[in-house]
Structure formats: structure tokens, C-alpha cells
Design a protein around this ligand. Structure first.
Ligand code: FCB
Length: 447
């Protein structure tokens, strides 16, 4: 008997991103993106992996939608590659048009992310997310996408994890475009938020009935002790990871303490008068991506070397105790409960979990992939999500990361997040046990 039933109409989904699964990087007028450039630079990506082939989803999307149908997915979150649509190119949009039709025919709601990290390289050459022109160009791209697909896309996600794009891309340089320029990440963060706001307006203008969201990597930030220094370190990291993004979107203002913390590294002169108004254009639901909690304390010494929290040095990240995934991320579903109830308490906003999942070293044998650890991870997090609903959180849906094994950015193909196994030699797909388990959860609308 189902113990925990989810609300009627709950969206059961799976998520992917263009560069991580599509391959086909040089077809139909696609231009190079910052991830093509990053992958081509020796030493940037584990094993020299690139997204050039990935899971060949661009060619195999029909088969992949067939798998989604088999699982009974109610929604599928994919990203549109800006690099395929750049410069008025329409063949890229033709692909997403076919994908969206295929999804609709299978009764699966299309959820389209406009930016999942693959900035066209020529825009990066013009300043990338440090240039105000980039959010302006993004709005034009959003208009083109929404005019073409807006009659069928059920939910738009403007930007995915702007914290990563800004601070891994421009502060620490661990991700494309690999600029280790410290405070520049704050400029990038503002322009990504502005891109979100302008795209929200653009999508609504082109498709008035559209639902609009964004996908933020919001964390449960915990202090390692109650000492004032540790509590302050946790406040600063919470500021840069969480409130820097959610406050302007939902409250129309940057948090005062974050402005204060970062004054020594930037004067925030890149923020123009009307920006916060655009950024705080109402959204329909807040997307949150959650993987593990953060345990933070004060460090004796300020950071040296690349660091993705500009203005907040002297902070140390500790390991939360508990089992680890293949990413060395701690499995702790209570962090998800904490995060969701905090968003309810502080912002009272409807939420969708737009990503949650785990990498394990799965092996396919005899047409089967046994992945009990992933099942345990998903089970624990769905129970935490259900507890949050019981505690009053307006949770509208859940998207497992990821539908398919894929290119895990700087870590390459070694980390497998899929509920469907991909054999990269043959491109054969095999449902993992977790996929079958998820199918049963979806069918029961609970667990
Ligand atoms: C998130 C990204 C997603 C994937 C997962 C594991 O940060 O949005 O593309 O890499 O992590």
C-alpha cells in the first residue's frame, strides 16, 4: 500500500541538458560554445572527454522519448542549446520543435531550459556574462524560442544554476569559460539574473499563457558549530549561494549583508536602475536543484588560489557525515527538507525540484543494471520532499537528474547520473533498476 501519496497533478519528470547528451556539435548551423572550447583545452576535462558525441540524443531523440513513455514520465526537462539557434539559425529550432512534438504525442509535458551553460563562444569573445550585451542578446533568443515552441512548452526555465555559471565560470575558472577572475563572478551573476528577468518578460510577451521559472542550485547551508565565527561563515556562504539569487528574483533586492560582504571586491556599479524590476518579474514556480547539504565554518587563513565565493574568504567547507555518492557528495535527504521548508518560510513560493539525483559506478551486465544505492538516494529524497509537502510546502513536481548517463562537465563520462544506462561504445540504452523503481513510484503517485 502506498504510504506517501503526492498531490494530484504532481509533475513526475526527468531532466537533461543539451551539451551533456546531444552530441552533433557541428550540424545544422550550430556554432561553437564555451564548452567546446573548454573541452578542447588539454587538462580541463577528465580523461580529455568532450561532449562531441555524448549520448547522441540529437539523432536518437525518438528512441529516448520512447524510454520516457515506458517510464510513464509526466514531464521532461531538456535544455535548448543557444549555440544551435544563434544568429537566427532555424534548423536548431527545427530539432527542438520535433522533440517537443514527440513529447506531446507521448503525453509528456515539455519543460525547456533556455540556458544550461553552453554560451556561444562568439558572445564570450565579446565579454560573455561580464558584458551587458549578453543578457540583451539572450532576451532575443528567448523570444525566438518562445515564438516557435511557446504553444506547446508547459514550463520555461530561463537559466540553470546561475551560481555555477557565474562563480565556477568567472571566479574560480573550474568550468567554462575558465576565467579565474574572482570578483568578476559577481558581475556575471548579476547579468545572468538580468538574463533571467529579460527572458521571463520575452517569453511572456511571445507566449502569454506560458509558465516561467528558473533552476537555482539552492543549498542547505549549515554551520559546523555555534561559534560566532562559524555562524558568520555560514551566513556568508548562504548569502552568495542562496540569497544572492533568490532575493532579487522574489524580493526585487540584493541582500544587504551580501552587498556589505562584497564591497571590498566590487562597487556593484554594473547594476542599473531598472534591472531589479526586470529580475523580479513574477515567476510561476521556483525551480531548485538539490544534491547535498553544505557544512561551513570559519578558516584561520583566507583562501589563496581560485575560489568561487568572492568577498567571502576565510571560510572552510567541511564534509557532512554520511554515505557518499561517486561524486563524493554526502547523501543527506534532511538537507532537502530543510531547504524546502526554508524557502516556504522565508519566501512562501511554489517550488519544483528541477534536479535531484546521484552518480554511482554502475555496470551493465546481461541487460540489467543493479543500482540499489541510487534507488536508496531517490527514495530518501522523495520521502523528504513528501515530508516537506506535509509541512506545508507547495511542491509542484520532481525531476530526477538524470534521464540518461551523460557528460558530467569537467568530470567527463566517468560519473553516471542516469536512471538509464548508456553504453558509449554502442549507444545502447538499458533501463537501470532505479528507472523501473521510478516507474512504479510514478504509477502509484507515491511511495
Ligand atoms: C548540476 C547541473 C547538471 C548536472 C548535475 C549533476 O549542477 O545542473 O547539469 O551536472 O549538477
Amino acid at each position: 500500500m502506498t504510504q506517501r501519496r503526492f498531490p494530484a497533478g504532481f509533475w513526475w519528470g526527468a531532466a537533461t541538458a543539451a551539451y551533456q547528451i546531444e552530441g552533433a556539435v557541428d550540424v545544422d548551423g550550430r556554432v561553437p560554445s564555451i564548452w567546446d572550447t573548454f573541452c578542447a583545452e588539454p587538462g580541463r576535462v577528465a580523461h580529455g572527454d568532450t561532449g562531441a558525441e555524448a549520448a547522441q540524443h540529437y539523432r536518437r531523440y525518438r528512441e529516448d522519448v520512447g524510454l520516457m513513455r515506458e517510464l510513464g514520465l509526466g514531464a521532461y526537462r531538456f535544455s535548448i542549446s543557444w549555440a544551435r539557434v544563434f544568429g537566427g539559425e532555424t534548423r536548431g529550432l527545427d530539432f527542438y520543435d520535433r522533440l517537443v512534438d514527440e513529447l506531446c504525442a507521448a503525453g509528456i509535458k515539455p519543460v525547456a531550459t533556455l540556458y544550461h551553460w553552453d554560451l556561444p563562444q562568439s558572445l564570450e569573445d565579446g565579454g560573455g556574462w561580464l558584458a551587458r550585451a549578453t543578457p540583451e542578446r539572450f532576451a532575443d533568443y528567448a523570444t525566438a524560442a518562445a515564438e516557435r515552441l511557446g504553444d506547446r512548452v508547459a514550463l520555461w526555465c530561463t537559466v540553470n544554476e546561475p551560481w555555477c555559471s557565474a562563480f565556477l565560470g568567472y571566479s574560480s575558472g573550474a568550468h567554462a569559460p575558465a576565467r579565474a577572475e574572482g570578483a568578476a563572478g559577481l558581475t556575471a551573476a548579476h547579468h545572468l539574473l538580468l538574463a533571467h528577468g529579460l527572458a521571463n518578460l520575452a517569453v511572456r510577451a511571445a507566449a502569454p499563457d506560458a509558465l516561467v521559472s528558473c533552476a537555482l542550485n539552492q543549498g542547505a547551508v549549515r554551520a559546523v558549530s555555534d561559534s560566532p565565527a562559524d555562524l558568520d561563515a555560514a551566513r556568508r556562504i548562504d548569502g552568495l549561494l542562496n540569497r544572492l539569487f533568490v532575493d532579487p528574483i522574489l524580493r526585487g533586492a540584493y541582500p544587504e549583508d551580501v552587498l556589505e560582504d562584497t564591497r571590498t571586491v566590487t562597487d556593484w556599479s554594473f547594476v542599473q536602475d531598472a534591472d531589479l524590476k526586470a529580475i523580479s518579474t513574477p515567476i510561476d514556480v521556483l525551480g531548485v536543484n538539490y544534491y547535498q547539504p553544505d557544512l561551513v565554518g570559519a578558516a584561520a587563513e583566507p583562501q589563496t588560489g581560485p575560489w568561487p565565493f568572492p568577498g567571502s574568504t576565510g571560510v572552510a567547507f567541511h564534509k557532512t557525515p554520511g554515505p557518499l555518492t561517486e561524486m563524493d557528495w554526502t547523501v543527506d535527504p534532511s538537507g532537502l527538507f530543510e531547504l524546502l521548508t526554508r524557502l516556504k518560510r522565508d519566501y512562501d513560493v511554489p517550488v519544483m525540484i528541477t534536479e535531484n539525483g546521484a552518480a554511482y559506478a554502475d555496470v551493465a551486465a546481461d541487460g540489467r543494471v543493479a543500482d540499489p544505492d541510487r534507488i536508496a538516494y531517490l527514495d530518501g529524497h522523495l520521502k523528504a520532499a513528501h515530508d516537506a509537502i506535509t509541512a506545508g510546502v507547495d511542491l509542484r513536481g520532481y525531476f530526477v537528474w538524470s534521464l540518461l548517463d551523460n557528460f558530467e562537465w569537467a568530470l567527463g563520462y566517468g560519473k553516471r547520473f542516469g536512471i538509464v544506462h548508456v553504453d558509449y561504445e554502442t549507444q545502447r540504452r538499458t533501463l537501470k533498476d532505479s528507472a523501473r523503481w521510478y516507474r512504479d513510484v510514478i504509477a502509484a503517485n507515491g511511495l
